[in-house]
Design a protein around this ligand. Structure first.
Ligand SMILES: *Cc1c(COP(=O)(O)O)cnc(C)c1O
Ligand SMILES: [Zn+2]
Length: 442
């Protein structure tokens, strides 16, 4: 293991990793810790050539860059190794030279959160903790529950009662101990934090556990490796707590430090209009260490957060890379689900669709102070979770664009082939018009 210490992102105090060490003593919860490594030693252990020859396609191919000893057993469910797919029709729609989608809906529990929970469970095993707990809007919990089911560890989950049914179903099926909180994610977070000490559970909470972002950074390592170690120009990430975007930044910084890429892409953070703490802070020049929580409410449940727990790292990701904070309303998010699905074959949940809606906003030039895209830019959008996670959200998007199935009655008075052909032509015409309208009026 090449982990050397933990550095407070607020005051720069350093700590040695140890059981029970989560945040900075001096700064409290805002003092999220950043894992530090011996990069000279890593450069000898892990090289692009070595990676090219490694048959392990999971995130654990980057183990020297992760805070887990080589002898610790990790999830065997194949976390990571998701495809990076070029989306030519979406690129054309938005006038982008090249556009790729990193499809995190194909993780074992169908969201990017598997990367984080895989590391948390491995760390818990390394530290000898039997039970791991987290609060979550749903996906982090499903990831913890599913991967814990794989390894035989115990998961204790706090989720808001408003979490989409599919996510709660995952938790129960995977055998986690589930507490459904009559309140928001932030209430669930507080309750979870209070019980951790009492029961001595390993704490996976976002913005508290310094290692979950290390897991999330593997998505960025995969992206640059899949692009042949050529950095993209811009990366779009949807943001709730800010942990994924912080992880993406960390992965890119690691790749830059190791000389695997030669420049840092601009990182764009996308928030829902009803949960836009970081956008507000950026536009108003507010300090995220002291800015009070907002009252979050959005149809994109995975990015609903009153107080983004990883706000310090999230803000740094955008500011230090010359990116921007983008805000999108729920209508734009929901409508984007069938647009992305029909034009790429990738099926995003609402929070994942938000990143695409953010790209559309930047292309339209409608966002205050956000740097635009150059015609030659190579762009990556991270599709963070599968549409199957939230079918109600998906159906709301489908309703908004007015897509309805054709009712068919079997039997002698059913449809004749001529009518089917006519209806199908209408449908194809409708799809064609829809994408033309979008192109002329973004
Ligand atoms: C968690 C999540 C996000 C946002 O990640 P944060 O680290 O909370 O900013 C976006 N999309 C999906 C699908 C998620 O599950
Ligand atoms: Zn500190």
């Amino acid at each position: 293991m090449f982990l050397t210490g933990l550095l407070c992102t607020v005051c720069s105090d350093t700590y040695q990793p140890a059981p029970g060490r989560y945040v900075c003593d001096r700064c409290g919860e805002v003092g999220t810790l950043d894992a530090r490594y011996d990069y000279a030693a890593i450069a000898r252990a892990l090289t692009p050539n070595g990676l090219a020859a490694d048959p392990d396609r999971s995130m654990w191919r980057y183990r020297p860059l992760l805070p887990v000893r080589s002898d610790v057993a990790v999830s065997a469910l194949g976390v990571g190794g998701t495809p990076l797919i070029e989306a030519e029709r979406l690129a054309e729609r938005w006038g982008v030279e090249r556009l790729w989608i990193k499809d995190e809906g194909r993780q074992p529990t169908a969201s990017l959160k598997d990367r984080a929970s895989a590391v948390a469970l491995a760390r818990a095993a390394q530290e000898g903790a039997g039970t791991v707990t987290t609060a979550s809007t749903g996906n982090a919990a499903a990831a913890l529950a599913g991967l814990a089911a794989g390894t035989g560890q115990m998961a204790v989950i706090f989720v808001p009662h408003t979490a989409p049914e599919a996510k709660v179903a995952q938790l129960l099926a995977y055998g986690a101990f589930v507490m459904l909180v009559e309140g928001t994610y932030d209430d669930a977070f507080r309750l979870c934090q209070e019980t951790v000490d009492r029961f001595g559970w390993y704490n996976r909470n976002t913005g508290i556990n310094p290692f979950v972002g290390e897991g999330k950074k593997t998505v960025a390592l995969e992206i640059v490796e899949q692009l042949g170690w050529e950095a993209p120009d811009a990366v779009f990430v949807s943001v709730g707590d800010g942990s994924i975007i912080g992880g993406v930044h960390k992965g890119l910084r690691d790749a830059l430090k190791l000389g695997w890429i030669d420049r840092m892409p601009r990182i764009y953070g996308v928030q829902a209009a009803g949960s836009s703490y970081l956008v507000e802070a950026w536009l108003n020049g507010e300090d995220v260490r002291t800015k009070p929580p907002v009252n979050a409410s959005t149809a994109a449940d995975s990015i609903s957060a009153d107080l983004p727990r990883d706000r310090v790292k999230a803000m740094a990701a955008v500011v230090e890379t010359g990116g921007g904070w983008v805000v999108v309303d729920d209508e734009a998010i929901l409508e984007m689900i069938p647009i992305v699905s029909a034009d790429s074959g990738i099926f995003p949940e609402p929070a994942a669709a938000a990143a695409f809606a953010g790209l559309a906003e930047v292309v339209a030039g409608s966002q205050e102070r956000v740097p635009g895209l150059a015609a030659s830019d190579r762009v990556v959008v991270i599709s963070t979770g599968s549409g199957l996670k939230d079918i109600r959200g998906v159906m709301r998007g489908i309703d908004r664009i007015g897509a309805v199935p054709l009712p068919v009655r079997p039997g002698p008075d059913g449809l004749d082939p001529t009518e089917i052909s006519a209806r199908m032509e209408q449908w194809i015409e409708r799809l064609r018009k829809r994408s033309e309208n979008d192109r002329s009026d973004p």
